[in-house]
Unconditional design. Structure first.
Length: 247
């Protein structure tokens, strides 16, 4: 039986990856991490998002397995990141983003692999994407997959469905996987704002609107919405043709 373990924070990307895994594996478990993040409110969203995704599809409800939550607070105790110390998100030119937590995703995947090992799961799924964070890049994760398999004498596979997608592409993938119902659930129930602000609901979801995560998510939503509107316009003009892809 093909089983997967999804690194599930309660945010947009990991929620999209959870839906992706449910379309491909027979049993899908989830794992989240507390690491002293200033937006730990994301962990409070996890149960509602899991329940909401299960409610979208009877098959998904049957496939969704156990959830795990691990305490990795030592990551936050190391300091040095605006995501854990509460500093400003301003990034000096030529530097890695101020929100970069050194080794965070490497440690996440290592602990996830240990959970998967004990539970007989061979597929790990994460929402990492190619970009400025070096522990999210494709080369890093391919190398880590080799290391984990050598160190555990196993044959695990790390899947990164969003590796080559921007935020607009992530919204589009969510629509492809679960229609507008999944898009709306991700918009209203997940949390991605680095400041942990859930006081205001924007078109793209809850957030402060000014941190790097909110800016990126809002920009992706605007581009996704523009493509959606363009596709609907195209369909109305040419009803005999399929709507233009939202990707």
């Amino acid at each position: 039986m093909a089983q997967a373990l999804v690194l599930f924070s309660g945010g947009q990307d990991s929620s999209t990856c959870l839906a992706w895994a449910l379309t491909r594996f027979e049993i899908v478990e989830t794992v989240g991490f507390y690491y002293g993040q200033r937006h730990s409110v994301e962990l409070d969203c996890r149960d509602a998002v899991r329940a909401g995704i299960a409610g979208l599809n009877d098959g998904w409800a049957r496939q969704l397995g156990q959830d795990h939550l691990l305490n990795l607070s030592a990551i936050g105790e190391l300091g040095g990141s605006a995501l854990t110390t509460g500093g400003e998100f301003k990034t000096a030119e030529g530097s890695l983003p101020a929100a970069f937590v050194p080794g965070r995703n490497i440690m996440f995947l290592t602990f996830a692999a240990a959970v998967a090992y004990h539970r007989g799961i061979q597929h790990l799924v994460g929402g990492m994407a190619e970009g400025p964070y070096p522990d999210c890049r494709d080369d890093t994760l391919k190398s880590l997959q080799v290391t984990l398999n050598l160190g555990m004498e196993t044959n695990m596979v790390i899947h990164t469905p969003l590796m080559w997608h921007d935020k607009a592409g992530a919204w589009g993938m969510a629509e492809d996987l679960g229609g507008h119902a999944l898009v709306d659930l991700i918009r209203t129930d997940t949390h991605t704002c680095y400041a942990g602000d859930r006081t205001m609901l924007h078109d793209w979801g809850y957030g402060c609107g000014t941190c790097p995560a909110c800016i990126k998510r809002a920009d992706g939503w605007q581009r996704y919405a523009a493509r959606l509107a363009d596709g609907l316009k195209h369909k109305a003009t040419h009803p005999e043709l399929p709507a233009k892809s939202m990707r």
